[in-house]
Design a protein around this ligand. Structure first.
Ligand code: UFG
Length: 317
């Protein structure tokens, strides 16, 4: 298939681009390089440096059969401080993209949604039917795009899939996480192991969990990429599917610290700090639906494997 990947210079977008090329797809990447890296775009893909707001001429030129839409602002803290960035880029940018798709008669899309659309869950594992009450503007902006996709499917026969990622980690195809502003647990812990940061601050040890630290559902980026390839042809015109992507098991921050110590051999000094605002105690996905519908199941679920792959990537940089 001829596809357009927005955000293909970012962490997840570049891994999925590599997987698409390996699967024989023809890929054009649209990225404004605001947070992505030009050298992350896999060889074999064509990079067009442009904003989502200027995507119409790109779609008109490339005439893709499908779009995989990763480009977004994704920092929860920033979304609270500067919400306009999230409404402008994530919501306004996505609307411009959908309109550009409509004009180019491209009606198939896979969208990167998030666990943050659910907010503080009433029950775990979280099902796709759970209430969506985001606790930050990042989650609200992604939920708005999910709603947009539902209405474009109904009104304009779009075939759409929203994939709600939980905590993505690991590396693949020589590509991994590297953000100018790093807020995620695994890369921060690996910076400590690499000696570029002194200690890891654990945000709260007084949660109602067995060891008092937050529990998250970590999914390997390789498994995530496989889900995108399965999702791409799945929906029929007029259909918007929503699937969670997690491993179905939860690990605590303390368990992650232990895994990083095991993999790196570094003692990893830890400081216990206060809770971070808006962090739910426990976020674990039910991924039963995508398993039942598309046969997807994560294969790289051990924390040590996720950390080892991220560590190998971090050491190459
Ligand atoms: N954590 C620490 N210290 C750190 C960084 C993180 O203790 O220095 C803890 C957090 O409090 C949390 C866990 O590690 O309990 C994981 O935190 P991350 O920041 O790595 O990931 P989040 O669970 O906050 O974020 C994920 C996705 C977001 C999404 C969010 C929804 O990465 O995109 O879930 O809540 F918005």
């Amino acid at each position: 298939m001829r596809v357009l990947v927005t955000g293909g210079a970012g962490y997840i977008g570049s891994v999925v681009t590599a997987a698409l090329l390996e699967g024989g797809h023809e890929v054009t990447v649209l990225d404004d390089l605001s947070t992505g890296h030009e050298d992350a775009v896999p060889e074999g893909a064509t990079l067009v440096r442009a904003s989502l707001h200027d995507s119409a001429p790109v779609l008109a030129d490339v005439r893709p059969e499908a779009v995989l839409h990763f480009a977004a602002k994704s920092l929860v803290g920033q979304s609270q401080e500067s919400p306009e960035l999230y409404w402008e880029n994530n919501v306004g940018g996505s609307l411009a993209l959908l309109e550009a798709m409509r004009a180019a008669d491209c009606r198939r899309i896979v969208f990167s949604s998030t666990a943050a659309t659910y907010g503080e869950p009433e029950e775990v594992p979280i099902l796709e039917t759970a209430p969506t009450r985001p606790t930050n503007t990042y989650g609200a902006s992604k939920l708005a795009v999910d709603a947009m996709l539902t209405s474009y499917a109904v009104a304009y026969d779009f075939a759409a899939v929203s994939l709600r990622y939980f905590n993505v980690g690991g590396a693949a195809y020589g590509r991994g996480e590297r953000h100018a502003t790093e807020t995620h647990l695994i890369p921060i812990a690996l910076q400590v192991a690499a000696g570029t940061r002194e200690a890891l601050t654990v945000y709260g040890q007084d949660y109602p969990t067995p060891d008092g630290t937050c529990i998250r559902d970590y999914v390997h980026v390789t498994d995530l990429a496989a889900a995108h390839l399965l999702a791409l042809p799945a929906p029929a015109p007029g259909e918007h599917r929503i699937y969670n992507l997690g491993s179905g098991s939860g690990f605590s921050v303390q368990e992650m610290v232990d895994a990083v110590r095991t993999v790196t051999g570094h003692p990893l000094p830890v400081v216990v700090g206060p809770r971070r605002a808006g962090d739910p105690a426990r976020l674990v996905a039910s991924s039963e639906l995508i398993h039942a519908d598309l046969g997807w199941a994560p294969e790289h679920t051990a924390l040590t494997e996720i950390v080892a792959d991220a560590w190998e990537f971090a050491q190459q940089r």
